[in-house]
Design a protein around this ligand. Structure first.
Ligand code: FES
Length: 103
């Protein structure tokens, strides 16, 4: 499946990834600063992304833990999500996200 990623320098990338991993797992393979310190435990927010507006309502609603964590980030926006909580399923083919600035 294809992902469209805008890195922290504003460069666009297209990634071909296998479904069934998380978005964070796909992003941390690259040198874009997605540290994912907690390993996907929804505890560090270093995997913060902004989901493209046309996609935000097509993702499953965030769990309370994710919502609480992301709401308190300095760079929070309405389309903020933690990429470790987004499972890459085929319905998300062509998903577009922008990496949020480092906190
Ligand atoms: S990897 Fe830590 S919150 Fe996502």
């Amino acid at each position: 499946m294809l992902l469209r990623i805008i890195d922290r320098e504003g460069k666009e990338h297209e990634l071909n990834v296998s479904p069934a991993s998380t978005l964070m797992e796909a992003l941390r393979e690259f040198d874009w600063g997605v540290a994912a310190i907690c390993g996907g435990q929804c505890a560090c927010a270093t995997c913060h992304v902004y989901v493209a507006p046309e996609w935000i309502n097509r993702l499953p609603w965030p769990h309370n833990d994710e919502h609480e964590l992301v709401m308190h980030l300095q760079h929070w926006r309405e389309n903020s999500r933690l990429s470790c909580q987004i499972l890459l399923v085929s319905e998300l083919d062509n998903l577009s996200v922008t990496l949020a600035p480092e906190e």
